[in-house]
Design a protein around this ligand. Sequence first.
Ligand code: URA
Length: 185
Amino acid sequence: MLTWDDLKKECLNCNKCGLRQSATHTVIGRGNETAPLMFVGEGPGEEEDKQGLPFVGKAGQLLDLLLNAIPFHQSEYYITNVVKCRPKDNRDPLEEEVAQCLPYLRNQFRLIRPKIIVCLGRISAKYLIHPDFRISQDRGKWFDKGGVKMMAVYHPAFLLRNEKEKITQWYDFMKIREMLNELTK
Ligand code: URA
C-alpha cells in the first residue's frame, strides 16, 4: 500500500526529467491530504520554487482570496500541480515532462480520494480532462471521470491580466461550492 511518506520520498528523489536540475525545490502540494476537493495547476512558478509550496506567488494570493471569500475552509481542499518542478522561465511543461510526472499526481488522487478535481487553467485541463480542452468554451462545465466530478476554471495568473473575467471565476467557484455541499452533506 502506497503511503504519503513513500510518495513524498519518491517525488523528492525524482530525477526522471530535466526540470529537477534547475529547480530549487520539488513542490508536492499544500492543504488537507484527505480533502474532498483538489485544485491542480500547471507547475510551480518562481516563488513556488523558492518556497517549495504551490500557489504562493501573486496568482496564488488571488486564488487564496477567492477561496476565503466563497468561502472554502482550508480543511476542504488540497492544491498541487501537474508537474512538481518549475519549468524555467515559466514555459509550459513539455509532454515528456508531464508524462514522467503524472504518476505522482495519480498517486496523490489515490491517497486523497477527492470527490471533486478542479483544473486551474488550460494545461491542467488538457492533461486531466481532454487533450483538446478549450478553456474559454468548456470552463465551468462538469465532467465525470470514474465517479469523480471534474471542472476546469481560468488559471489565476490569467485573471491577474484579465480582471474582467474575475466575475466568471466567481460564478464557477460558486458552482464548485454548491457541488461540494451536495456531495458532502
Ligand atoms: N502557477 C501554477 O500553475 N502553479 C503554481 O503553483 C503557481 C503558479
